[in-house]
Structure formats: C-alpha cells, structure tokens
Design a protein around this ligand. Structure first.
Ligand SMILES: Nc1ncnc2c1ncn2[C@@H]1O[C@H](COP(=O)(O)OP(=O)(O)OP(=O)(O)O)[C@@H](O)[C@H]1O
Ligand SMILES: [Mg+2]
Length: 248
C-alpha cells in the first residue's frame, strides 16, 4: 500500500504526519519504507537520514541508483530514500509516471510506502500521485484551507487518468482544537467539501503539542519522545483508523 501525503499549502503537517504514520505502523510490526520527495528534506532530517554523502531520490529519478541502492536505514531503524535540494531539479519536466516505474521493483517488499511531498503542485507531487494507492490530505482548520483542497482534488483527478486505482482516502485535520469555534466551523465546511468530492474527513483530528517540534528537533520518533503527548495519542488513533479503512 503506497500512501502519499499531499497539500500544496505549506506547514499543514504533511511531514509530521508522514513520520508519525510510518513510524507508528512500523512500531506495530509492518514493514515500512519512507520516500522523501520534498527538496526541503524535512522528513529525511527528522528520521536522521544522511543526505550529504548518500544517494537521494533525485538519483533514483535520474536512473543513477536503483531504489534498493538509494535507500538507507536512518538511525538504524527507519528505511528511507531521502531527499535534498537536488530533488528540486525534478519539479518541472519529470514525466508523471517516472517515480511509479522506478519504485516498481521494491513495491511488494513493503506493507507500506509513505511518500512525503513538497508544498507545491509540481511534477514531484504529480509523480507521488501516479505512484500511490491512496492520498491523505493533512490540513489545518484555517480559513483558506478549503480553497486549496479543490485545486488539489483536480490534480488528483488528473493523476487518476494515468493511475485509475488512486483513491483520495481522506482529509486529516491537524493542529486542531475542538474548543475553538472557528476550528469547528471550518471543520464543518471541510466535511461538506469532502462529501462533494467523494471523500471523508477522518474521525481522528490531531491536536497541537509542543512535543511534536521537540521530537523533530531531536530526531526522535514522537511515540518515543513523548508517548503521552496529545498529538502522539491522536496519531495512534489515526493509525488505527487507517488500518480499519484498509481492511474494508
Ligand atoms: N500537532 C502539532 N503540534 C505542534 N506542532 C506541530 C504539529 N504538527 C506540525 N507541527 C509543527 O508545524 C510545523 C509544520 O509542520 P510540518 O513540517 O509537518 O508541515 P508540512 O506541511 O510538512 O510543511 P511544508 O509544507 O513546509 O513541507 C513544524 O514546525 C512542526 O513541528
Ligand atoms: Mg513538509
């Protein structure tokens, strides 16, 4: 199962969710591979991957390395094909099905491949859609969130022409608090939008927690750094929801 985290809006917890989801699934015993497609390399950093001397996803796209040859075991624990600024060379003219073709040989070795994408709707994100089985859209409950989701949905529809099996799994509300009236109102609006585009808002929402940033800064998994933090608990619930959705 290949899961792509995407939203062209910046700072909506794509990377945080990619890390927590993949790490949580691996801690449950699944075999997980992370692919960082973001030239910012935030996921690579958080998982403790080396990008200075090691190959990156750019080398895989260029055919210089196989995915097997480019993956590394970050912090001796997390299997990842990392990314750095060189990946930005592939933002424009990369054919949409290139990533899909490149990772085909290793696809069946993993229960889950988790792809993190940049805050743009470039060729990189389209490659991540064409390669995926499901898309998860993390979003904050902010005023402009809904506008971006429509555009994102249209891009997913484009990718479905090349990858008919692709499904928009759902929309995940991050940094969310039920105590905020505006958050609740925007959640309702996003639910209505989700209904219109044939998807759902996940029952689980992710609360804000200082531990999230601290875990990233110290390159530690959130579940290890602060297993009792609100966001850690929420991500655990989210993983259960994803597992249930897959078994259906
Ligand atoms: N639940 C949370 N509680 C507190 N801080 C959070 C939470 N989720 C994310 N953050 C923080 O918000 C910032 C943005 O999160 P993140 O990097 O995951 O977003 P992103 O969508 O991947 O951003 P970009 O678009 O730049 O790739 C980070 O500093 C992260 O630590
Ligand atoms: Mg990110």
């Amino acid at each position: 199962m290949i899961l792509t985290l995407a939203n062209q809006k910046g700072g909506v917890s794509k990377t945080t969710t990619a890390a927590a989801l993949g790490q949580g699934l691996q801690l449950k015993g699944y075999k997980v591979l992370f692919i960082d497609l973001d030239p910012q390399g935030n996921l690579s950093y958080h998982l403790g991957a080396d990008t200075l001397e090691s190959p990156t996803i750019a080398d895989v796209l260029e055919g210089k390395k196989t995915p097997e040859g480019a993956k590394q075991k970050a912090a001796d624990t997390w299997e990842i094909i990392p990314s750095d600024h060189e990946t930005s060379l592939h933002q424009h003219s990369t054919p949409p099905q290139l990533l899909r073709e490149r990772i085909e040989p290793i696809k069946n070795k993993y229960d889950f491949i988790i792809i993190d994408t940049p805050p743009t709707l470039s060729a990189l994100t389209i490659n991540a859609f064409v390669a995926a089985d499901r898309v998860i859209i993390p979003t904050t409950a902010s005023t402009y969130a809904t506008q971006g989701i429509i555009q994102l949905y249209q891009t997913i529809e484009q990718a479905q022409k090349l990858n008919p099996g692709l499904k928009l799994d759902g929309i995940l509300l991050t940094r969310y608090t039920d105590r905020s009236i505006i958050n609740r109102q925007i959640k309702k609006a996003i639910e209505a939008l989700a209904d219109k585009i044939g998807t759902k808002v996940y029952k689980t929402t992710i609360r804000q927690a200082i531990a999230v940033e601290e875990a990233q800064a110290t390159k530690t998994a959130l579940f290890e750094y602060a297993p009792k933090a609100t966001a850690a608990k929420d991500y655990k619930d989210f993983i259960k929801e994803i597992e249930r959705g897959i078994k259906k």
